[in-house]
Every structure is written in structure tokens, then in C-alpha cells.
Design a protein around this ligand. Structure first.
Ligand code: FAD
Ligand code: NAP
Length: 518
């Protein structure tokens, strides 16, 4: 029997990205929801036909299992019998069949972003692909690692030739401090480009440079205190992480390299790292939407860039479920904050609870003090620096990315003449932070908000409709003919898709539109 290691989600090198293309779902038959699948996997039914045995699968064998009722797929070296899963697959049978009898890793990475396949398909595991033995790359390097020494900076050869220049690192010490210095050779780095996690024996510092990830991952040779500081020296592209020694002794080496230490790989191949955060508060915002506040562990430095999301992970009836959420600031009104001095210990989320949903009812059940796993940030949004007009089109919780964008734009973008939000909801009761938005529009003359409702009460005096060409052409007026414009759109997928079509028809260019899609 093969010994298949249990892997964390997402597995190292898995691609956990929400692409901008979106993905169509097919209607599932009744009784074929994700929850139904979880129940099926717990039923004790033999889903592989192998009675729990794991086998080693050759390429020839894999190829034979290419029919709907006998469909094996290999993902990252593990082979699954996906036939029992066909009817439960949100992307439909045809999508699964594209990888039938073959290695579906690339296809999986393109579309199954947050599906925790190791957990979801564990009862369908046939075994591992038979692999040819490989020779260690560098015997001397292996030996150094075993001896507990750090090899001099090196970069994995998976780096694409056209990628950014490889970073390197070094370290130095004083009596009380050990400072790790990362030389990124990039000048536009911000503090949110560095994510540090120090837990137990592992010290991780991940630096995001364009679409690449540079990882320092070591077991430190000595103990350090809980708090550390991270500094980015922008003009030279240098990052300094200053660790406080627990004892003022001299360190002979920094520590022992751990998995993927000193690697520089495309971000999509780096996998997502999760840390456990504590639920600090949960407040009602509307009848179905709550503001959740999570506290990062003390050994973590993480700031979620504007327009990016993270994944939250919970174990639901024994299966790890992961869903994306977009952090917000705790309020919309910049006057309550000290600009440039964000409180980095807390992450806030506005989350709508769907009573029939899989994840949000579980999230809603959490008690203050409970732990939720939070991933590192993902997303492709970048706000252009020189903009005159910023238009935000949001429906329901599609408002969440707009919160930080609004905050950022109104505080930092002096070129802006106009920021307009059109916020689509069903009823008056569904509008998130209505009074804050109205107050902001009152206080900041550059900002304007318009609420559009699809099913308001009879008292509603505002617009009652859905997104439409007439509505958008009236709303999206440039402040001048040549003004630089950005339109952000987010909401239910059909809403966003329709909005994009209308925007193209109204002659806005691709570069002027950013859609937040799943
Ligand atoms: P689901 O189980 O997905 O169900 C949602 C609804 O669909 C329920 O009403 C359910 O009854 C219905 N449903 C489920 N399956 C079916 C079916 N087969 N047929 C018919 N109806 C069905 N949400 C937020 O609230 N805040 C955020 O900040 C946020 N950020 C996001 C960021 C990104 C990048 C993306 C892609 C999504 C974001 N979301 C956000 C949405 C979030 O990820 C979840 O989709 C949402 O919370 C619903 O999860 P759930 O498991 O509770 O519901
Ligand atoms: P909702 O309450 O169902 O809908 C909000 C408004 O949008 C309502 O007025 C609704 O009209 C309208 N609408 C819905 N579907 C439409 C369509 N096909 N065409 C035109 N208008 C439509 O919204 P929600 O439950 O909060 O859902 C928010 C969505 O945003 C979720 O799907 C979530 O995944 C997504 N989201 C994405 C991100 C991201 O970054 N990608 C971030 C946050 C949220 P009706 O009353 O007629 O339904």
C-alpha cells in the first residue's frame, strides 16, 4: 500500500487564483450540492472500487480510465476516480471529462481555484502516479542543509527568464537584534509586499515582487521575542526584518533552511499559506450582513493590499472548505482614522450570511475567541496613480472591494476630481453602510453615491431598476473629454458580466475597466 501524505490546502505549488475570466457553472440536479457530496463521502461507500487500497498508477493505466463511468484524473501526482463526483461538480461533467485519463493539474489550476481537492476527493483517491527515481540536484548543498547551515543565496531554476531579477538575502546581528535583509532590486515595493509569519519553529518571510514570490523559510537557530519590525527602504528596494533576540548571545548561523527556502517562483506556483486568526467581534450591519473582526497572530505581519482578497478556511463536517472574502476597513469615514497609520493587527470583513449556504452559516456560528484560518492575499487589482474620475459599480456584497478603494482614493489620490459609487441592492434594508456613505458624500465634495434598488418599498424615492445601458450612460460622465477614468465593477457574476458588456458598448476601453470576478 502506498503511503500518501496528507497535504495542506492549497498544496505547495498549487495555483489559488481568482482569475479575471470568470467561469460558468452548470445547474446541478437536486441533491447534488457540495454538502450532499460531503455527506456521500462520509457514507462509507467505496468510491474507488479498491476497498480502501491505494495503488501505484502507470501512465498506460491512467489512459485507460477515460470514460464518464470510469474516469480517473491525476492532480499533482495523485490519481482520483472522479466518476462518483461527476454530478456534484459545479463546472459540469464536460469540464471534468476534459482531463479524463490524463494529468489534469493545469486544467485544475485554471478553474478550480479554491477547491480543496485533497480533502474533497480523499475518498476517491486511487493512489500515486508511478514516478521515475530522481538524483538529488547537488549533493554538497544537501549535506550543508543536513548539517544545519544555510547555503548562500540561490534561486530556484523554475524562474521564467522574463521574470523580475532574483532577490537575495543576508543577515547581521547586534547584541540584541538579528536583522534579515532582503535585497529585492525593485524600487516600488510597499510594506504590504512582505508577509512574515513566525510560528513555533518556523520563520517565513514571503516577498511579492510583481507576479513572483520570494520565500525565506527557516528554523531559526535561537529563540526570538514575539514582536519584530518590518521596514521597506523603497529607494533601494531593501526590506529589513529586525528580530529581537530572547538572549543576548551571538548567533553563529541564522538557522536551518525549511521547505522552499530561498525560492523565487511565479506566485501562482507558490501556494497559499494560512495562519490561524482569532474572532474578536461580530456586529450586525444589515439584517443579513455582519462585520467580522479577526486578529492576526502576534508573529504575523500581513497587510491585504487594496482590491485584493484572502481565503477563509473552516473544517465543515470533517472537510476543509475554503471561500474568498475581501477585507474592508472598519469604517468608511477617513476622519476617524489617522492616515498612514493603519492598525495592522486586525482584519475586517463584511460578510453576508446565506441561511442555505455552506460556509457562511458556519462562520456565523463561531464564538468570540474561535479561530479561523486566513490565507495570504491574492488578486490582480492595481490602482493607477494618475486618475481624474473613479466610478464604482457595486451590487450587494460586491461593495466590499470598493471600501478600501474608496478610502485609498479619497485619502491618497490628489489628482481625483470625481469618485462616484452606484450601489445596487434589492431593498433599503440591504444597503450596507448607507448612512456612512451619505455622510461621506456630504463631507467630501468629490464623492457621490447613488443607490439603485430592484425591489424597494413604496416609500423609496430613488431609482428602482437593474443595471442597464441608460442607467450607466447617465452615471458615467467624464469630468472632461480626456479625463483618465477607472471603472470598478463587482457583484453577482451575471450582474458583472452584463455591466462589462454595457461598458464596452459605451466605448470604455479594457484598461479603463476592472472587474472583480470569481
Ligand atoms: P453557498 O453555499 O455558496 O450558497 C450561496 C447561495 O447560493 C445560497 O443562497 C444557497 O442557497 C445558494 N445555492 C448554493 N448552491 C446552489 C445550487 N446548486 N442551486 C441553487 N442555489 C444554490 N462575500 C461576502 O459576503 N463578503 C466578501 O467580502 C466577499 N468577497 C468575495 C471575494 C471574491 C474574490 C469572491 C469570488 C467572492 C466573495 N464573496 C464575498 C462571496 C463568498 O466567497 C461566498 O461565495 C459567499 O459567502 C457564499 O458562501 P456560502 O458557502 O455561505 O454559500
Ligand atoms: P444580491 O443581494 O443577490 O444582489 C444585489 C443586487 O444585484 C440586487 O439588486 C440584485 O437584483 C442585483 N442583481 C443580481 N443578479 C443580477 C443580474 N443577473 N443582473 C442584474 N442585476 C442583478 O447580491 P449578494 O447576495 O450580496 O451577492 C453579491 C455577489 O458578489 C456574490 O455573488 C459574491 O460572490 C460577489 N462578490 C464578489 C467579490 C469579488 O471580488 N469577486 C467580492 C464580493 C462579493 P435582484 O433583486 O433582482 O436579484
Amino acid at each position: 500500500m502506498l503511503n500518501v501524505p496528507s497535504q495542506s490546502f492549497p498544496a505547495p505549488s498549487s495555483q489559488q487564483r481568482v482569475s479575471s475570466e470568470g467561469r460558468s457553472k452548470v445547474p446541478l440536479k437536486p441533491g447534488r450540492s457540495l454538502m450532499d457530496w460531503i455527506r456521500m463521502t462520509k457514507s462509507g461507500k467505496d468510491l474507488t472500487g479498491l476497498k480502501g487500497r491505494l495503488i501505484e498508477v502507470t501512465e498506460e493505466e491512467l489512459k485507460k480510465h477515460n470514460k464518464k463511468d470510469d474516469c480517473w484524473i491525476c492532480i499533482r501526482g495523485c490519481v482520483y476516480n472522479v466518476s462518483p463526483y461527476m454530478e456534484y461538480h459545479p463546472g459540469g461533467e464536460d469540464e471534468l471529462m476534459r482531463a479524463a485519463g490524463s494529468d489534469g493539474t493545469d486544467l485544475f489550476d485554471q478553474v478550480h481555484r479554491w477547491v480543496n481537492y485533497e480533502s474533497m476527493l480523499k475518498e476517491c483517491l486511487i493512489g500515486r502516479m508511478a514516478v521515475k527515481p530522481t538524483v538529488p540536484k547537488d549533493y554538497h548543498e544537501e549535506k550543508k542543509i543536513l548539517n544545519g547551515m544555510l547555503p548562500k543565496s540561490q534561486v530556484t531554476d523554475t524562474l521564467a527568464k522574463e521574470g523580475p531579477i532574483s532577490p537575495s538575502y543576508d543577515w547581521f546581528q547586534t547584541a540584541s537584534l538579528v536583522t534579515i535583509v532582503i535585497y529585492t532590486k525593485q524600487k516600488d515595493l510597499k510594506l504590504d509586499s512582505v508577509i512574515v509569519d513566525h510560528q513555533y519553529d518556523s520563520f517565513r518571510a514571503e516577498t511579492i515582487i510583481k507576479d513572483y514570490s520570494y520565500l525565506i523559510h527557516i528554523e531559526l537557530s535561537h529563540e526570538i521575542q514575539e514582536d519584530f519590525s518590518v521596514r521597506v527602504i523603497q529607494n533601494v528596494g531593501k526590506i529589513e526584518i529586525a528580530l529581537k533576540k530572547k538572549e543576548n548571545t551571538s548567533w553563529e548561523c541564522l538557522g536551518r533552511p525549511l521547505e522552499n527556502h530561498n525560492s523565487f517562483v511565479p506566485k501562482k506556483d507558490a501556494g497559499l499559506y494560512y495562519r490561524k486568526c482569532q474572532l474578536i467581534s461580530k456586529e450586525d450591519v444589515t439584517h443579513d450582513t455582519k462585520l467580522f473582526c479577526l486578529m492576526l497572530p502576534p508573529g504575523t505581519h500581513l497587510q491585504v493590499p487594496t482590491g485584493q482578497h484572502v481565503y477563509l478556511k473552516l473544517t465543515i463536517t470533517g472537510t476543509e472548505i475554503v471561500k474568498p472574502y475581501t477585507p474592508v476597513s472598519d469604517s468608511l469615514l477617513p476622519e476617524f482614522k489617522e492616515p498612514g497609520f493603519p492598525d495592522n493587527r486586525y482584519i475586517y470583513f463584511l460578510i453576508k450570511i446565506y441561511p442555505a449556504g455552506l460556509f457562511t452559516p458556519e462562520l456565523d456560528q463561531l464564538q468570540i475567541g474561535d479561530l479561523v484560518s486566513v490565507s495570504s492575499p491574492e488578486g490582480s487589482f492595481k490602482i493607477p496613480q494618475e486618475l481624474e474620475d473613479l466610478f464604482l459599480l457595486a451590487a450587494g456584497t460586491g461593495f466590499t472591494p470598493m471600501v478600501k478603494i474608496l478610502n485609498y482614493a479619497l485619502i491618497n489620490m490628489s489628482s481625483l476630481r470625481k469618485v462616484k459609487l452606484m450601489f445596487f441592492n434589492k431593498t433599503e434594508d440591504d444597503i450596507i453602510w448607507r448612512s456612512q456613505l451619505e455622510k461621506l458624500a456630504f463631507n467630501d465634495k468629490r464623492f457621490d453615491v447613488e443607490f439603485v434598488l430592484s425591489a424597494p418599498t413604496s416609500e423609496w424615492k430613488g431609482k428602482k431598476e437593474h443595471i442597464s445601458p441608460g442607467l450607466l450612460s447617465e452615471f458615467l460622465k467624464r469630468s472632461s473629454d480626456k479625463s483618465r477614468v477607472l471603472i470598478c465593477i463587482c457583484g453577482p457574476t451575471p450582474f458583472t458580466e452584463q455591466g462589462i458588456r454595457i461598458l464596452h458598448d459605451l466605448n470604455f476601453s479594457k484598461d479603463e475597466i476592472h472587474s472583480f470576478t470569481a
